[in-house]
Design a protein around this ligand. Structure first.
Ligand code: HEC
Length: 128
């Protein structure tokens, strides 16, 4: 006799496989929360020349000077309302006209390193 394939069982197995695959992809997508200690190491080698070791900035090259991250007025600026997104964009795409390097876009920093740097910059803003 003709035996039809068991499509219901096959469907359940496919659905299960998709759920497992989906969970794995979701986990790999976003970089983990920034680690300020790791950010400090990168900052010391790649950023201090223009942003100063304490983040006080004030170095002017070709356009805007580097911001003073120690000054609460800098953080109160409306363009920094979502400070992490603002910094992420700047580190990713740079501010070429001012001399800020597009670290992410040029492949010099990985997404995780950018998150680490953002976490570290927040520690510079805190008053001692
Ligand atoms: C060659 C000098 C130079 C170096 C090196 C440099 N920056 Fe900048 N950065 C600038 C300048 C200039 C600005 C101001 C840009 C503007 O406002 O137009 C800036 C702005 C920024 C901003 C936006 C800050 C704000 O609140 O306005 C962030 C975040 C930043 N830099 C992070 C970094 C990090 C992280 C590094 C190291 C990986 C780095 N920069 C290295 C020159 C530099």
């Amino acid at each position: 006799m003709f035996q039809p394939l068991n499509f219901r069982a096959l469907g359940a197995a496919t659905r299960l496989a998709l759920v497992v695959l989906g969970a794995g992809l979701a986990q790999a997508a976003a970089p983990a929360k920034g680690n300020p200690a790791a950010g400090k190491t990168v900052f010391a080698t790649k950023c201090v020349a223009c942003h100063k070791a304490d983040g006080s900035g004030g170095v002017k090259l070709t356009g805007n000077p580097t911001p003073n991250w120690k000054d609460p007025k800098v953080w109160a600026d409306p363009k920094r309302k979502n400070a992490d997104a603002f910094m992420r964009d700047c580190i990713q795409n740079g501010k070429i006209q001012s001399g800020m390097v597009a670290w992410g876009k040029t492949g010099q920093l990985k997404p995780q390193q950018i998150e680490d740097l953002i976490a570290y910059i927040h520690t510079l803003a805190k008053k001692k």
